[in-house]
Design a protein around this ligand. Structure first.
Ligand code: NAI
Length: 337
C-alpha cells in the first residue's frame, strides 16, 4: 500500500521517478550517513530503477541501511562501514558521492576545498580501482573543482571516460524552476529553466530567456531572480545557522538526477538535463568542464547540447562565469597533479 502510494505520490507530482523501463541497477552512495546521504538513500530506495542500494560512510552507514532497508520497495539495501569501501563498490553501476563537509554561514563553496578535495580524490581512486566502469555523480562541493579532481584521478589510473563523470548541478535547476514559478505565478513544470556554467555563485548562469515564463522579466525583478538562483544555497545556510547547508532539497535533486541517468542507461530516449561534465563548448578558452544540457543515454553522456541563444543580460552573466570557473577547474586539476 505504502509502496504504491509512495510511487504514485512521488512520481507524477514531483516528476522524480519514471517507472517506464524495467532494467535495474546497483547504486552506491558514498557519504550515506550525512545530511544529504540519509534522505538521498531513502529516495533512492523508492526508485524502481534501483535494484541494489549500497550505503557507505566513515560513520553511520550500517544504521542508515538497516533503517532504509525496511521500506517496502523491492530493492536490496546493504550498509558498509569504513573498512569495507571495496565491498560497497563491487559490481556497482552508479556511484553517488555526497561525502565531505558542508558550508557554515559566511563560507563560500571554495572554502570547503581543503577538506573535500582529498576526500573526493581518495573515493574516486577507490572507484577507479574497484568499479572502473561505474558512472560517478559528484555532489561534494566545490563541484567546479571536485569534478576535475575525479576526472584527473581516474585519468591517472588510466580509466577516465568523460561519458561517465557528472557534477550534480540539478539543485540549481530545481531552484530556478521553483523560484521562477513563484515570480511568474505559474507552476514549476511550466518553468524548466536551463541553468549552465558551474555550481557556485556567479558561475551559475540561468537562461531565463529560453523559457516563456522567464522571457519577459526585466529590471529589478530579473536581477533579484537571478541573484536568488545563484545564491539560493546561502538562504539555507543562513536559516540553518551553522547546522549545515541544503540537505533535503539536495537529496531530492540528487535522486532526480540519478533517476535521469538510470533512464538514459536503460535506453530511454530524450532524457536531457544540465550537468557539469567534460565539455568542449568553451575548451578554446581553456575551460574543459562546463554544465550545459546533456542528453543521457546507454553509455552515460550521449550528446552535449549547445547553450542556445543568450539575451544581452545572459551574455554578461556568462562573461562573469567563465574566469571564475576556469580558476576553480585549474585548482582541482593542480591538486591532483
Ligand atoms: P554532512 O557533513 O551532513 O555529511 C557528509 C558525510 O560525509 C558525513 O556522514 C561524513 O561522515 C561523510 N564522509 C566524510 N568523509 C568521508 C569519506 N572519506 N568517505 C565516506 N564518507 C565520508 O554534509 P552534507 O550536508 O550531507 O553535505 C555533503 C556535501 O554536499 C558537502 O560538500 C556540501 O557542500 C555538498 N552539497 C552539494 C550540493 C550540490 O548542489 N551539489 C548542495 C548541497 C550540499
Amino acid at each position: 500500500m505504502f509502496a504504491r502510494n509512495a510511487r504514485t505520490l512521488l512520481a507524477p507530482s514531483a516528476r522524480l521517478f519514471s517507472t517506464s523501463t524495467a532494467r535495474q541497477t546497483k547504486v552506491t552512495v558514498l557519504g550515506a550517513g550525512g545530511g544529504i546521504g540519509q534522505p538521498l538513500s531513502l529516495l533512492l530506495k523508492l526508485d524502481p530503477l534501483v535494484s541494489n542500494l549500497s550505503l557507505y560512510d566513515i560513520r553511520g552507514a550500517p544504521g542508515v541501511a538497516a533503517d532504509v532497508s525496511h521500506v517496502d520497495t523491492p530493492s536490496e539495501v546493504n550498509g558498509y562501514a569504513m573498512e569495507n569501501l571495496d565491498a560497497a563498490l563491487e559490481d556497482t553501476k552508479v556511484v553517488v558521492i555526497p561525502a565531505g563537509v558542508p558550508r557554515k554561514p559566511g563560507m563560500t563553496r571554495d572554502d570547503l576545498f581543503n577538506t573535500n578535495a582529498s576526500i573526493v580524490r581518495d573515493l574516486a581512486a577507490a572507484v577507479g580501482r574497484v568499479a572502473p566502469t561505474a558512472h560517478i555523480l559528484v555532489i561534494s562541493n566545490p563541484v567546479n573543482s571536485t569534478v576535475p579532481i575525479v576526472a584527473a584521478t581516474l585519468e591517472k589510473a588510466g580509466v577516465f571516460d568523460p561519458k561517465r563523470v557528472f557534477g550534480v548541478t540539478t539543485l540549481d535547476v530545481v531552484r530556478a524552476s521553483r523560484f521562477l514559478a513563484s515570480v511568474s505565478g505559474s507552476t514549476p513544470s511550466e518553468c524548466d529553466v536551463p541553468v549552465v556554467g558551474g555550481h557556485s555563485g556567479p558561475t551559475i548562469v540561468p537562461l531565463l530567456s529560453q523559457v516563456s515564463k522567464g522571457k519577459g522579466l526585466q529590471g529589478e525583478t530579473y536581477d533579484q531572480l537571478v541573484h536568488r538562483i545563484q545564491f539560493g544555497g546561502d538562504e539555507v545556510v543562513k536559516a540553518k545557522d551553522g547546522a549545515g547547508s541544503a540537505t533535503l532539497s539536495m537529496a531530492y535533486a540528487g535522486a532526480k538526477f540519478t533517476n535521469s541517468l538510470l533512464r538514459g542507461l536503460n535506453g530511454e530516449k530524450g532524457v536531457i538535463t544540465p550537468t557539469f561534465v567534460k565539455n568542449p563548448l568553451f575548451a578554446d578558452k581553456g575551460i574543459d568542464f562546463f554544465s550545459s544540457p546533456v542528453e543521457l543515454g546507454v553509455n552515460g553522456v550521449e550528446k552535449i547540447h549547445p547553450i542556445g541563444p543568450l539575451s544581452a543580460e545572459e551574455e554578461k552573466l556568462l562573461e562573469a562565469c567563465l574566469p571564475e570557473l576556469k580558476k576553480n577547474i585549474e585548482k582541482g586539476k593542480a591538486f591532483v597533479a
